[in-house]
Design a binder for this molecule. Structure first.
Ligand code: TRP
Ligand code: ZN
Length: 475
């Protein structure tokens, strides 16, 4: 269990070393150690979400130590962020929406801070050299916010009647921890959540341990595989937990709010192990050390979507329809390969997530339910909403989860299947996530990868299906 760090105490103890360090840094920079350190950019320059993420560093690990009080909705947290400077840095920013920051330290020394919008500026006592590994500690507290996206959907921190649920796509992780909130910067995570004993806190990865003391239980979740911030989740509440293994041996942890345990949900979840292994057969070995699901209960209209949170997708139930159905389970589990292991480099590459996940469901429906893939493709092709914009060019941030990203994204794969033939297309389904295992990739990386699978010129196919505005005459 990670210990809570107290930055000011360390800072006082290290003050003389800090002065010596500053002198040394000055000597180094005066003796040709590089140019004047500058501020890290306040965004990574994402075309659709310009404020998302930050420049000048690359996070390798988040250690989040959280304590939640369901009665008041208050979250108290300490984030220890290990990163490498990618430039000489005089200061840098973290993304954080709301919350009160009480202390910030860098490498044990108190740092200067500033807040503006969703940017938390950190000015380390000592400038950071390019290539330096540094540790930023942020202590914060408050009632986390629910954020509204340009498309009107909500993410961030949902308060539930028995706890809370954190969902981050696209920029909601900044509601509950400070970080580099852009998919291009993936990192390992250790998330420890302390809750009143009797409640469960579920998150991504493996349950590394629990500890109960003074009426509270801390759950320590560990993700050793890199994870994008938008894929981090926490579910707090009353859950029935089932632990098992898939036939191929993947450890499963499924947490279900008893109020969302309707018969259809239970039946769908019983198929989870087989779906996972069926997907492994098509997409390659499951990319993470554990899998599962979180099924929570929230009032109707609060979330409205399932999310492919890494290793443990979240399904909100509202008591009206079933919380989980098989096609949605197939969709979210397929994202573990397409989105979670190979993650888009930027938000406009979103079709690489949703196109593959939609196509995975078409494959499942053909093989399991006898619905021909050509029929699913024809339905998507006929949907006028799919033709609002090209899948690789969502015009605004409000369009990242619109129909062209899903249906037309899947049609790109349908067309590739026709062009490549069965064998090369099967190689694409396994080879693409393997080529960028636990990494990032862009649309350009994808088209280049496809080109390597065939002697055919795929440029016209991509011009029409990926970048073209007009609907072609036929599939
Ligand atoms: N990715 C989710 C899915 O499985 C849908 C979704 C939720 C989404 N929030 C989003 C997509 C924000 C894009 C942006 O389909
Ligand atoms: Zn999806």
């Amino acid at each position: 269990m990670p210990l809570r760090r107290t930055a000011p105490r360390a800072a006082r103890r290290l003050l003389p070393a800090c002065l010596a360090g500053a002198l040394l840094a000055c000597l180094l920079s005066c003796s040709g150690g590089g140019g004047t350190p500058t501020a890290g950019a306040r965004g990574v320059g994402d075309r659709l979400f310009p404020g998302a993420g930050n420049g000048g560093y690359d996070v390798t690990h988040y250690g989040l130590d959280l304590s939640y009080d369901p009665g008041s909705g208050r979250l108290a947290g300490t984030a220890v962020i290990t990163a490498t400077a990618t430039q000489d840095l005089s200061r840098f920013t973290l993304d954080l929406a709301g919350m009160t920051v009480t202390e910030v330290g860098v490498d044990g020394r108190t740092a200067g801070t500033g807040r503006s919008g969703t940017e938390l500026t950190v000015r380390p006592a000592r400038e950071l050299r390019r290539g330096a590994r540094f540790e930023t500690t942020v202590a914060y507290t408050g009632v986390p916010r629910l954020l509204t996206d340009p498309d009107g959907s909500h993410e961030g921190w949902f308060r539930t009647d028995d706890g809370a649920l954190a969902l981050g796509e696209p920029v909601g992780s900044m509601a509950w921890f400070p970080g580099n909130d852009h998919p291009s910067d993936k990192a390992a995570f250790d998330v420890t959540v302390s809750v009143p004993s009797g409640l469960t806190a579920v998150s991504n990865g493996d349950l590394a341990g629990t500890r109960t003391a003074a009426g509270r239980t801390a759950f320590h979740w560990r993700s050793t595989a890199p994870m994008a911030t938008y894929l981090a989740t926490v579910g707090i509440g009353h859950f029935t937990v089932t632990r098992s293994r898939s036939p191929r041996g993947v450890p499963l942890y499924v947490a279900v709010d008893p109020r969302s345990d309707d018969p259809q949900t239970a039946a769908a979840l019983r198929r989870l192990p087989d779906i996972l292994d069926w997907e492994s057969g098509h997409f390659g070995a499951y990319p993470f050390g554990s899998a599962g699901a979180v099924v929570d209960h929230l009032p109707a209209g609060t979330v409205g979507y399932a999310l492919e949170t890494q290793t443990r997708p979240v399904f909100p139930g509202d008591g009206e329809g079933p919380a989980v159905d098989v096609p949605t389970l197939v969709h979210e589990l397929s994202h573990q390969w397409f989105g979670d292991s190979v993650t888009p480099s930027s938000w406009q590459d979103m079709w690489l997530n949703e196109g593959f996940a939609t196509y995975a469901t078409w494959m499942w429906q053909e093989q399991q339910d006898g619905v021909p893939l050509s029929r699913s493709a024809a339905t998507a092709f006929a949907d006028p909403a799919a033709w609002a914009f090209p899948p690789a060019k969502p015009p605004t941030a409000a369009d990242v989860s619109a129909q062209p990203v899903y249906g037309r994204g899947a049609l790109v794969l349908y067309e590739l299947h026709q062009a490549l033939g069965d064998a090369a297309f099967a190689r694409l389904l396994r080879g693409w996530p393997a080529a960028h295992f636990h990494g990032n990739a862009s649309t350009a990386d994808f088209t280049a990868y496809c080109a390597g699978l065939t002697t055919r010129d795929l440029a016209p196919l991509f011009a029409t299906w990926l970048y073209g505005k007009a609907r072609p005459a036929h599939l």
